[in-house]
Design a protein around this ligand. Structure first.
Ligand SMILES: [Zn+2]
Length: 251
């Protein structure tokens, strides 16, 4: 039998964190309120977009390269609103993202360069959403590649040895926070940053056609997540602790 649990607002904060997303706008639909809250409290955040969203439109005659450039510029504006220190685009193909060795090497390079304590990524376990719908293949691939890059590759100096030889030493990410998860177990109070999340979402103008309707829906979801921790708004995450705070092993 499991004991009934009382939810509390999540208080731990990484000094440095990295959000790994499949597409421009995923980070804003995802944990932008958490990212903004942590940045306001002194954390440094970095955003990695695996693709540039070059299939994110309805016009088959549209130029995918033009769309990618537009979406990168929208993503940079959104990231500036949240306060990320920077954004990296890996320029992988939208709709065809694969958790393969080249993608993992890209992600390990990013992790070893920025050296985050925590990585936030899409939950790769989500194939069908509980409330209906299918999780995009790129979200699953990016989530799985992020997990595999975090552990073991980023912390294993023998993985992708050319990285260590070029000065990018192994790095231990201590925690993973998975978003868009049906197994959320962690709620971050975003009451103070929900408006900024909505502003950042509006920066993705090519993707968002009814910003007011979207804002209403997001406010209502955030209020629902917040109700369990007695906050006006929250984001729900699934936390994976890889290294306990007490576990200060070398390397
Ligand atoms: Zn997406």
């Amino acid at each position: 039998m499991t004991e009934p649990t009382t939810r509390v607002a999540h208080a731990w904060r990484p000094d440095r964190f990295m959000v790994i997303a499949a597409h421009p706008d995923d980070a804003e639909f995802g944990p932008a309120g958490t990212a903004a809250r942590w940045i306001d409290a002194g954390s440094q955040g970095w955003l990695v977009c695996c693709t540039s969203g070059d299939q994110g439109g309805d016009d088959p005659d549209a130029d995918p390269l033009e769309l990618a450039a537009l979406r990168e510029s929208e993503q940079r504006s959104a990231a500036a609103i949240i306060g990320y220190a920077g954004v990296t685009f890996l320029h992988q193909p939208d709709g065809a993202l694969a958790n393969d060795l080249p993608l993992r090497e890209h992600l390990v390079r990013e992790i070893r360069t920025f050296r985050p304590d925590a990585v936030l990524a899409t939950d790769p376990d989500t194939l069908f959403y509980k409330g209906g719908g299918i999780n995009h293949t790129d979200h699953r691939a990016a989530g799985l590649a992020a997990v595999d890059a975090v552990y073991p590759a980023a912390r294993n100096p023998m993985a992708f040895p050319s990285l260590a030889r070029s000065g990018l030493a192994a790095h231990r990410v201590r925690r993973l926070y998975l978003f868009w998860s049906d197994r959320a177990d962690t709620w971050v109070d975003i009451s103070a940053t929900l408006d900024r999340k909505l502003d950042a979402l509006r920066a993705h103008a090519s993707q968002i056609h009814e910003p007011e309707g979207l804002a209403t829906r997001i406010r209502s979801w955030a209020a629902e997540e917040g109700s369990g921790i007695e906050a006006a708004a929250a984001e729900a995450l699934r936390l994976v602790v890889i290294d306990d705070d007490e576990d200060e092993g070398p390397g």
